[in-house]
Design a protein around this ligand. Structure first.
Ligand code: C2E
Ligand code: MG
Ligand code: MG
Ligand code: MG
Length: 278
């Protein structure tokens, strides 16, 4: 009888569900250990000025080197990190690590470079978030204008008034603010006007077809105009080909990021690649 056999017999009754929750639990346990065991690392992808060439910024992208599974994509563990709240310490580690690499860049006397760091909804809502950003800036000697935080439309739209207040606090620290994956969420244009942001990153979903599909091209062109009319810089994500780049150039888009320039790379490789070509 299940009852007599104790808790472990639960799996006899719901094998499918239990296999899934065991897997979930194993991932959660492993994720708890990822930080203390140094299994997290950042890869870096350049953002390049369109037309003028040249490196303007770099985005830090999180990777988890799982002991059994190898490199796990952020799409596969950030939702779990959000759900468990682990994203708060992990996000702090990401910010500190990115700022330390940037110090390494400055100390080598390299040209100005903005560091872009992704922030999750749970982090942004966390009471200590603004203070945490402030202390990491201070501890790493990071010039605030060199840091841009990437937020998403949905996290700004939920509780918009509170979100605007928090954006103002971040602005007061002197950091830049970008909306990531623009076009995939539900921004109200009325709020967009009120968000104190600097930059829009057009989601790669729209960029993919711009050289072949007039509708994609029209959408990207409209986002570029919208961004510029609000005084924002516009970045195209997912630029994979010269043809993409040519259309974006004609449309007046400011910055491009994508495999056409570089895949995300470990810091040392990023520095080697980006500083050899220029
Ligand atoms: P994102 O911030 O929109 O990052 C861009 C994603 O597109 C990255 O995926 C990047 O590797 C990929 N990508 C760049 N260029 C191209 C291209 O030309 N073609 C294609 N097909 N893909 C391209 P990645 O690294 O797997 O990250 C996925 C998402 O995970 C990120 O999307 C971001 O939302 C989230 N993420 C990554 N790092 C962090 C982090 O440190 N904290 C948080 N909260 N989220 C992160
Ligand atoms: Mg991003
Ligand atoms: Mg994006
Ligand atoms: Mg994204």
């Amino acid at each position: 009888r299940a009852k007599d056999e104790g808790r472990n017999s639960f799996q006899l009754y719901e094998p499918a569900m239990n296999a899934r929750s065991l897997e979930h639990l194993a991932m959660e346990t492993a994720l708890h250990r990822a930080l203390p065991r140094n299994e997290l690392q950042l890869h870096y992808q350049p953002l390049v000025r369109i037309g003028g060439g040249g490196l303007e910024a770099v985005e830090a992208l999180l990777r988890w080197n799982h002991p059994d599974l190898g490199l796990v994509s952020p799409a596969d563990f950030i939702p779990l990190a959000e759900e468990t709240g682990l994203i708060v310490p992990i996000g702090e580690w990401v910010l500190r690590c990115a700022c330390e690499h940037h110090r390494n860049w400055r100390e080598a006397g390299r040209p100005p470079l903005r560091m872009m760091v992704n922030i999750s909804a749970r982090q942004f809502r966390d009471e200590g978030f603004v203070a945490m950003v402030g202390s990491v800036l201070a501890e790493t000697g990071m010039p605030p204008e060199c840091l841009t935080l990437e937020l998403t439309e949905s996290m700004l739209m939920e509780g918009s008034e509170r979100a605007i207040a928090r954006l103002d606090q971040l602005r007061a620290l002197g950091v830049g603010l970008a909306i990531d994956d623009f076009g995939t969420g539900y921004s109200s244009l009325a709020y967009l006007k009120r968000f104190p942001i600097d930059e829009l990153k057009i989601d790669r979903l729209f960029v993919r077809g711009i050289d072949r599909n007039p509708r994609d091209a029209a959408l990207v062109s409209a986002i570029v105009s919208l961004g510029h009319s609000l005084g924002l810089r516009v970045v195209a994500e997912g630029v994979e080909t010269q043809a993409h780049l040519m259309v974006l150039h004609a449309q007046g888009c400011d910055l491009a990021q994508g495999f056409h320039f570089s895949r995300p790379l470990p810091w040392d490789e990023f520095v080697a690649v980006c500083c050899s070509g220029s």
